[in-house]
Write a protein that binds this ligand. Structure first.
Ligand code: GUN
Length: 290
C-alpha cells in the first residue's frame, strides 16, 4: 500500500485564495483585518515564523506588523504594548510568539491579550470555550490539522486517535478537537511507557513531539492516517518531521509530508482567525449602528 499524501501547501493556497474576497469586503466597509505579531528576542526559528505570519497577511491584503523587543526587555513594556493594542480598533488579532525568554510569565502575557483578539486561542477563557465544545478561536496548528482531515475526507467519529505530545500549543487542543469530533483519544508523551502499544492500534496518529523521524513504520497500523506536526532541522540544514515519511508512506492510508504539510496550514488558520475576528467586529459595529 502507498498512502495518499495530504498536500498542505495546496490546501493552504486554496483556502488563502478564498480569504481574499472576505478581506476585500471587510476593507471596503472600514474593517480591514489587522494582525500584530510580537517577538521577544532573536531566536532564528521564531524570526522565520513571525516573518511568514506577517507576509501571509500582507499577501491577501490584510494589515500586519511585527513588533520586536530585545531579549532582555522588561515584561511590563510588553504588557503595556498589549494593553495599547487591545484598545486599538484597527487591530483585530494579537499574537505573542512563543516561547518567551525565561524571565517572562508566559501565562500572564497570554492572559493580558483581549480574548476577542486572541487569534492563537491561548487565553484561558478561549481554552475553556474549546474544552466546552464551543470555541471562539481554535489554536492554529490543530485547526489546520482538522482542515486536513476534512480535505482527506477522514471521518473522525468512533475512530481511535493517538496524539503524541501534550503541549498547550498543539497536543492538548488537538486532543480536545478530536474528542469534540467524536474520536476516542489517547494522549501520549515523554512519560508514556509503551508508545508503540498505543500507536499501533490507532486509526489516526498525530505526531507533535519535536523529534526527527520519531514515528516509524512499525509503530503504525496499516491504513492509518498519520499527521506530522513536527518541523525539525537536521544537521545538513534540511527540514524533517516527527514521522519517518518514507517508511510510513508504505503502511499508512493517508499521510502529511514535511515540508508542505501541516506547516503552511498553521499560518493559513491564523489568517482565518484574524479575518473571523474582524468579521465579528464589523458585524457588531453594524448591529450597534442599527
Ligand atoms: N510558537 C510555536 N507555535 C506557535 C503558535 O502557534 N503561536 C505562538 N504564539 N507561538 C508559537
Amino acid at each position: 500500500m502507498t498512502a495518499q499524501v495530504i498536500d498542505g501547501k495546496a490546501l493552504a493556497e486554496e483556502l488563502r485564495q478564498g480569504f481574499k474576497a472576505r478581506v476585500d469586503a471587510l476593507a471596503a466597509c472600514g474593517h480591514k483585518p489587522g494582525l500584530v505579531v510580537i517577538l521577544v528576542g532573536e531566536d532564528p526559528a521564531s524570526q522565520v515564523y513571525v516573518r511568514n505570519k506577517v507576509n501571509g497577511c500582507l499577501a491577501i491584503g490584510m494589515h500586519s506588523e511585527k513588533i520586536v523587543y530585545d531579549v532582555a526587555v522588561d515584561p511590563e513594556t510588553v504588557l503595556e504594548k498589549i494593553a495599547e493594542l487591545n484598545a486599538d480598533p484597527a487591530i483585530h488579532g494579537i499574537l505573542v510568539q512563543l516561547p518567551l525568554p525565561g524571565h517572562f510569565n508566559e501565562e500572564a502575557v497570554l492572559e493580558a491579550i483581549s480574548p476577542e483578539k486572541d487569534v492563537d486561542g491561548f487565553h484561558a477563557e478561549n481554552v475553556g470555550a474549546l474544552a466546552q465544545g464551543s470555541p471562539r478561536f481554535i489554536p492554529c496548528t490543530p485547526y489546520g490539522v482538522m482542515k486536513m482531515f476534512e480535505k482527506g475526507k477522514v471521518d473522525l467519529a468512533g475512530k481511535e486517535a493517538v496524539v503524541i505530545g501534550r503541549s498547550n500549543i498543539v497536543g492538548k487542543p488537538m486532543a480536545l478537537l478530536l474528542i469534540n469530533a467524536g474520536a476516542t483519544v489517547t494522549v501520549c508523551h515523554s512519560k508514556t511507557k509503551d508508545l508503540k502499544f498505543h500507536t499501533s492500534r490507532a486509526d489516526i496518529v498525530v505526531a507533535a513531539v519535536g523529534k526527527p523521524r520519531f514515528v516509524t513504520a512499525d509503530m503504525v497500523k496499516p491504513g492509518a492516517v498519520v499527521i506530522d506536526v513536527g518541523i525539525n532541522r537536521l544537521p545538513d540544514g534540511k527540514l524533517c518531521g516527527d514521522v519517518d515519511f518514507a517508511g510510513c508512506l508504505a503502511v499508512a492510508g493517508q499521510i502529511t509530508p514535511v515540508p508542505g504539510g501541516v506547516g503552511p496550514m498553521t499560518i493559513t488558520m491564523l489568517l482565518a482567525n484574524t479575518i473571523e475576528a474582524a468579521e465579528r467586529k464589523a458585524a457588531a459595529a453594524a448591529g450597534a449602528g442599527k
